[in-house]
Write a protein that binds this ligand. Structure first.
Ligand SMILES: Nc1nc2c([nH]c(=O)n2[C@H]2C[C@H](O)[C@@H](COP(=O)(O)OP(=O)(O)OP(=O)(O)O)O2)c(=O)[nH]1
Length: 137
């Protein structure tokens, strides 16, 4: 039986002082050690904004302000498809404590490409740089 999995996932492009937060997935997660924007799967009945706030609290113990939406991007991995719903975010409160990720880093937008990103994120980084990269420089 060919059951195709298609996930809808929110992700937060968190900006602070001209830098953007990237998070590294742990060795135990799917797509191990790949870099991503924090977030996660949208639960039934949840808005993408609610999902992001919940995920960031669960994963990093921070409350975020959810701002502008960027275009969604769909990517087919070998075993599943994902549609990423990215939003610009800022930290509202809290100090980051990592509950799931292996590491985080803050990078200027023009250095984001130096990390080994989950493939689905590459078009998002491109769209972000095109639309907002200049603001942070
Ligand atoms: N949060 C997030 N997930 C991403 C990004 N890019 C990308 O391909 N993904 C993928 C990785 C995961 O397969 C999926 C997000 O699911 P998740 O992090 O909530 O859950 P998971 O699959 O690691 O964990 P689980 O189903 O075993 O509970 O989307 C991204 O930028 N952020």
């Amino acid at each position: 039986m060919n059951v195709r999995k298609h996930l809808h996932v929110t992700c937060a492009i968190i900006e602070h002082d001209g830098h953007v937060l990237a998070a590294q997935r742990s060795a135990e997660m799917s797509l191990p050690l790949k870099w991503e924007f924090p977030g996660g799967k949208i639960d039934p009945g949840e808005s993408p904004e609610e999902c992001l706030r919940r995920e960031l609290m669960e994963e990093m113990a921070i409350a975020v302000n959810v701002g502008k939406k960027l275009p969604a991007s769909t990517h087919q991995y070998p075993k599943f498809a994902v549609t990423l719903h990215p939003f610009l975010c800022s930290i509202e409160s809290g100090e980051i404590v990592l509950h799931e990720h292996a590491a985080i880093t803050w990078l200027p937008p023009e250095e984001l490409h130096t990390l080994d990103w989950a493939e689905a994120d590459l078009p998002i980084i491109e769209a972000y740089l095109e639309a907002y990269g200049a603001i942070a420089r």
